[in-house]
Design a protein around this ligand. Sequence first.
Ligand code: PGA
Length: 261
Amino acid sequence: MAEVIVLDSETAAGTLAAASIRALIARKPDAVLGLATGSTPLSVYAALAASLAEDPLDMSRVRGFALDEYVGLPTGHPESYRAVITRDVVVPLGLDPANIRTPNGDVATLETAGIDYEAAIFAAGGVDVQILGIGQTGHVGFNEPGSSFASITRIKTLTEKTRVDNARFFDSPDQVPIHCMTQGLGTIRRARHLILLAFGEEKADAIAAAVEGPVSSSKPGSVIQLHPHVTVLVDEAAASRLANRDYYAYAYAHKYAWQGI
Ligand code: PGA
């Protein structure tokens, strides 16, 4: 089962995830990070940047693959995930941009972009740790309800709900692209460690469904139940609909230090 850790703040969750990622890079300097966008993972990137400022680590060989990208935004658009990853991750962590890939959302090459991305992940030896947020629809990456657990990187149609949720990053809701290229649930399942973060009451249903609900493609986050190494980092509000919340706290309080997360 996923390890669920309830923390009292986003900052605490970011610090815990960052410590795990830092330890990974220290033992594997060319580690492959799976990078998520959105508001949720920002505390992880901020904590990692702060840790690196205090105690530098060679980041020059670290590689990264973004989870998803909008289709059809012009190159350099500030809300393209390439631009977001550059701004929020590559620059603050001092990564080499040449080592970081995002799915190609160019409409001219959509037919082959998915398989090309899968090949690049495969050539890199796979993702060591995948950072994940979860949408209110239960999506991980942009795998909206109904996505196959075997899916690979491909074009998807965003739900209207997701477009409305993401409209805050654009001037108006109709500027949010209708399509995206996203790693599939099958792609995400191949990452060696998943760290899923969620904060706030509006994520409580999605977290309860992902952690404790039936495994169903109608609840894409429930794919985590099929993975052998998952860490779920949530605040009290996002944990508020978990039936086994007390057990998770009990298990975490009694785990051995060598287990890490
Ligand atoms: P958020 O998005 O982190 O901005 O809430 C999460 C997601 O849609 O996966």
